[in-house]
Write a protein that binds this ligand. Sequence first.
Ligand SMILES: NC(=O)c1ccc[n+]([C@@H]2O[C@H](COP(=O)([O-])OP(=O)(O)OC[C@H]3O[C@@H](n4cnc5c(N)ncnc54)[C@H](OP(=O)(O)O)[C@@H]3O)[C@@H](O)[C@H]2O)c1
Length: 274
Amino acid sequence: MLGQDLADFVRARHEIVPADLPEIDITRPGVLEPCIATSRADVVIHAAAFTAVDECERQPDVAFRVNGEGTRNVALACREAGLPMLYISTDYVFDGEKPTPYTEGDAPNPLGVYGRSKLDGEKHVRELLGAYWIVRTSWLFGPCGKNFVRTILERARAGTPLRVIDDQIGAPTYTVHLAAALEEIILRGEYGVYHATNQGACSWYEFACTILREAGMDVSLVAPIPTSASGRPAPRPRNSRLAASHLQQQGLPLLPPWPEGLRSYLLREGGARN
Ligand SMILES: NC(=O)c1ccc[n+]([C@@H]2O[C@H](COP(=O)([O-])OP(=O)(O)OC[C@H]3O[C@@H](n4cnc5c(N)ncnc54)[C@H](OP(=O)(O)O)[C@@H]3O)[C@@H](O)[C@H]2O)c1
């Protein structure tokens, strides 16, 4: 999702050399080097990952191979080429026990395999490179690929009652808004760890209700449930809120509030009421 949305966003102003499976498998050492060498790239953005959070619990070896070792391979290729790297990371590196939003300086403590493997990726980036950005984001939705908004709308259109978690809070983030922030971060050139999400926060249940309301659909189709009733194998942070302290310190624009991101997405998809 994000990789394609990001490429679509920046293509108008920058030359993009996309790399994805099956041609480029980041778990294969050395596969990126020739691609980078012929690309004349100024920067490498690494948005590839094994992102199926529950599947990561079942296949920890795959999670660590892709998110940990794969990221190490990307960092090694960047080091060899002398290029800065932007690594996309996640709110799942935190345990969610903090009552307030997590800043870039807070200590990670992932609850599950996905978060641990993404943190492993962060560790490789920090150890291998001096010129890097680690950008943590959360709850992505965007034009390319499967996402929560699309799933809620599809199920609601089919008349399927929805049970949605009400005790995890975070910031839904529109990939196009995130893409704009990533471009700003790179152009500013100040390396380090950044948190970048749409502003504000809600629970998954509140997000689902807002999606249906904005699409002019019946909100009573959605019922709130606690995490304990979800039956999902992977533990998830209760509090996924990320404070964008580094963006603020740099005087970089914050992303718009999440309902604005949702409206932009729905307008683009033709799913908004107005
Ligand atoms: N989605 C979210 O809510 C969220 C939240 C916070 C952070 N993030 C982070 O944001 C980034 C983008 O997430 P996303 O939602 O766009 O994920 P996505 O839709 O699952 O995209 C991940 C991409 O990585 C590719 N990939 C998987 N294994 C690979 C390998 N070995 N070599 C090369 N490419 C490989 C996938 O290819 P296939 O499709 O062919 O498998 C897919 O194109 C990830 O780093 C993720 O951890 C996502």
